[in-house]
Write a protein that binds this ligand. Structure first.
Ligand SMILES: *[C@@H]1O[C@H](CO)[C@@H](O)[C@H](O)[C@H]1NC(C)=O
Ligand SMILES: *[C@@H]1O[C@H](CO)[C@@H](O)[C@H](O)[C@H]1NC(C)=O
Length: 403
């Protein structure tokens, strides 16, 4: 499979680029909830639904979906739809739902506690009706606003203690780490699953972002991920349950000979992350075709094989510095897009975010991987958006004319 990809990726992708303008965008008439049919995610009628998502960050210290001090919530949701995404991977931290003191803070209080006065006035101007709601209510309001615009949501447990993710030593990496108590995590997943039970546009929950660090091991992965999956499914049988791998969600190789063992079926999806920096500076230093061949071979070995085994694989994070100045990212992007097209993958772009209220101590940090600009008003780089629009529609599962 890897080899096939290697030899055909350029021609396939150039075809898609050429013809993407004349392809009629898929009108999403989905009958929710979703389930799986072999490697495909399908709706109630068995029709393929391709996830073309964007990540919307809501797990940092402030615990509010980013950008609401810049633009009205509904405007952002409409913008997501108009940019061609059909789904949002909306992040959340465990403590939001397990610590009542935190969950019941209002947005104003949370912003105040971090000294974010400019964000308060921006929020007051753009989203006055929710600034004095609790953080939990605002999370639900955001989901509801996305849903009103017919965009699906995947609730992504990104971290336990709110803050920027991820490092090996941040105490959030693996079961048993300082802030990562498995029981509390199950409690959090269960509450979240229950809270959105009956909310049709919440189509999936990913159990935990980027497991990592010195404690990570395969046995605990099965022990806790299976437990987490069962807990979510019992609390909300409608959602697809998304399982991430080890080593920053790069490695699912252990599943090759030891499948998950669950009481339910037809609802499991695996996720993987793939950036340019995943392979260090390989793209910058090597020949793009060779690096692409090598990296894709490896990807097929450690995660892509799941497609052949009949499991959906969701690339829940990929992205580039959209200023176009990062050579490593630029070269990786060509390879990524070709593979995503060739394998017709489900995916989520990192990220929607134009800027953060507060990230890693920096107020109003600009996000160069964000599809919106600093003010959340314009698209940061329309060439980039045009490129990814070629993989937003499904290639298989709908009829379209090929040459
Ligand atoms: C909840 O969060 C607050 C604020 O960070 C903290 O002081 C408190 O100890 C937390 N409570 C629990 C039960 O973890
Ligand atoms: C926009 O993105 C494209 C594709 O990644 C890149 O080649 C270009 O340099 C970027 N342009 C600007 C103005 O940032």
């Amino acid at each position: 499979m890897g080899r096939l990809v290697f030899f055909s990726f350029l021609s396939i992708f150039s075809f898609l680029i050429t013809f993407s303008d004349v392809m009629i965008p898929q009108k999403q008439v989905m009958a929710l909830p979703l389930s799986t049919d072999s490697r495909w995610i399908v709706d109630e009628n068995g029709k393929r639904v391709k996830l073309a998502c964007v990540n919307w960050v809501s797990h940092l210290e402030v615990m509010v979906a980013e950008g609401l001090s810049k633009q009205p919530m509904d405007g952002i949701a409409k913008r997501i739809l108009s940019m061609g995404f059909n789904c949002v991977r909306l992040t959340w931290p465990v403590f939001l739902v397990t610590n009542d003191t935190l969950g019941s803070l209002t947005v104003r209080q949370s912003l105040q506690s971090h000294g974010l006065l400019e964000a308060i006035s921006g929020f007051q101007a753009n989203n006055p009706s929710i600034i004095d709601l609790s953080l939990l209510d605002v999370y639900q309001a955001v989901v509801s606003s996305i849903g009103k615009n017919n965009v699906m949501v995947i609730l992504d447990n990104h971290i336990s203690k709110p803050g920027w993710c991820c490092s090996n030593s941040d105490g959030n990496g693996f079961f048993g780490d300082q802030y990562f108590d498995p029981d509390l995590w199950i409690t959090g997943l269960t509450r979240m699953a229950r809270m959105f039970n009956g909310v049709p546009n919440v189509v999936g929950m990913s159990l935990r972002n980027e497991l990592r660090g010195p404690k990570q091991n395969v046995n605990d992965w099965y022990r806790y991920m299976q437990k987490g999956a069962e807990a979510v499914h019992s609390a909300n049988p409608d959602v697809i349950v998304i399982l991430s791998g080890l080593n920053y969600d790069k490695d699912l190789s252990f599943l090759r000979n030891r499948p998950v063992n669950l009481k339910f079926s037809g609802k499991i999806v695996f996720e993987v992350h793939w950036y340019g920096f995943t392979d260090g500076e390989a793209w910058k230093n090597g020949n793009s075709n060779q690096v692409c061949g090598r990296v894709v071979d490896n990807m097929m070995r450690v995660s892509g094989f799941l497609l052949d085994q009949g499991w959906p694989l969701f690339v829940s994070e990929f992205g580039v510095d959209q200023r176009g100045t990062n050579v490593n990212d630029n070269r990786y992007l060509g390879c990524f897009l070709s593979v995503a097209a060739e394998l017709d993958l489900d995916w989520a772009l990192w990220t929607l975010v134009g800027s953060y209220y507060l990230r890693e101590g920096v107020i109003g940090m600009n996000e160069y991987y964000g599809v919106l600009n600093l003010n959340w008003r314009e698209v940061r780089n329309s060439t980039f958006l045009q490129l990814i629009s070629a993989i937003q529609s499904p290639f298989r599962g709908i009829a379209f004319v090929t040459s």
